[in-house]
Write a protein that binds this ligand. Structure first.
Ligand code: BTN
Length: 258
């Protein structure tokens, strides 16, 4: 697919598309657009201030796909997580369609191939003053499509990888289109999250030992399940079971981190 094709296809979905060579952050631009547009898709070939989860930055050189959907879902505020979990499923479907790779989801919404992160997702939402209704959501997806020209930086090269080996503009637009298309297929059923089973099948944490920090303490537990609100059900060595609502976990009991 080329640039013209994606413009045509997305406008037939009622999505206005804006493509930039470089932006600070597509999430930032999409949020600014929320004052004037109902919904939109913002794409940048490179970001100078890509934002990650938990206030981190997201390495965004040329070679990756960085895009943000401005949406107005009919969704109760407590179901906000369904947007990112659906997006993780959509990214996996797109990767499978366009490659022979086997993508998996690391709870909550990172996409991994062979144990390395290839895609991160950051959803930022705004609510009505009473907090009862979602005003808008900006769903930002950052995928390492092709190897960066100078390789990944030292601090992430052992944990990050790219999806495809060789740069191709066609694959670039195909990937963005397929991801958006797959996500939109789930859009009207975000509230009931009927993609939960698929999300679980794609998760590579179930059955694994993980570690995480809770109330300042290092914990180790085994993952039993992911429940319907996408909480991670874990079992501690003493047999007690707990559900983690959200957060960050690492695979292994401490030394081996993913
Ligand atoms: C993470 O892995 O912590 C989430 C990364 C999300 C990155 C994407 S790239 C497009 C959009 N714009 C941003 O500034 N962030 C998101």
């Amino acid at each position: 697919m080329n640039k013209e094709d994606i413009f045509k296809k997305l406008s037939s979905f009622g999505l206005e598309l804006q493509i930039f060579d470089i932006l600070e952050s597509t999430n930032k631009t999409a949020k600014e657009l929320s004052f004037e547009k109902e919904q939109a898709l913002v794409i940048a070939k490179e970001q100078t201030g890509g934002r990650g989860r938990l206030g981190r930055s997201f390495y965004s050189p040329e070679g990756g796909a960085y895009f943000s959907l401005l949406l107005r879902p009919e969704l109760s505020p407590q179901k906000t997580l369904n947007i990112t979990t659906a997006a993780a499923v959509a990214v996996c479907r797109a990767i499978e369609k366009l490659s022979n790779k086997n993508p998996q989801i690391k709870w909550v919404n990172d996409v991994f191939i062979k144990g390395k992160k290839v895609c991160g997702i950051l959803c930022e939402s705004a609510f009505s003053r009473e907090g009862t209704k979602m005003d808008y959501a900006v769903l930002g997806i950052g995928a390492n499509l092709f190897p960066p020209e100078h390789g990944f930086p030292e601090d992430i090269k052992h944990i990050a990888d790219s999806i495809f080996e060789k740069p191709s503009e066609e694959l670039y637009f195909d990937f963005i289109f397929e991801t958006v298309n797959e996500f939109l297929k789930m859009y009207n059923s975000l509230e009931k999250a009927d993609f939960l089973e698929e999300y679980k099948e794609r998760s590579f944490l179930i059955g694994k030992e993980i570690s995480f920090i809770k109330n300042g303490q290092n914990k180790t537990a085994t993952v039993l399940d992911i429940e319907k609100s996408f909480g991670l059900v874990v079992k501690y060595k003493d047999g007690s079971v707990e559900t983690l609502a959200t957060g960050e976990v690492t695979i292994g009991s401490g030394n081996i981190k993913t």
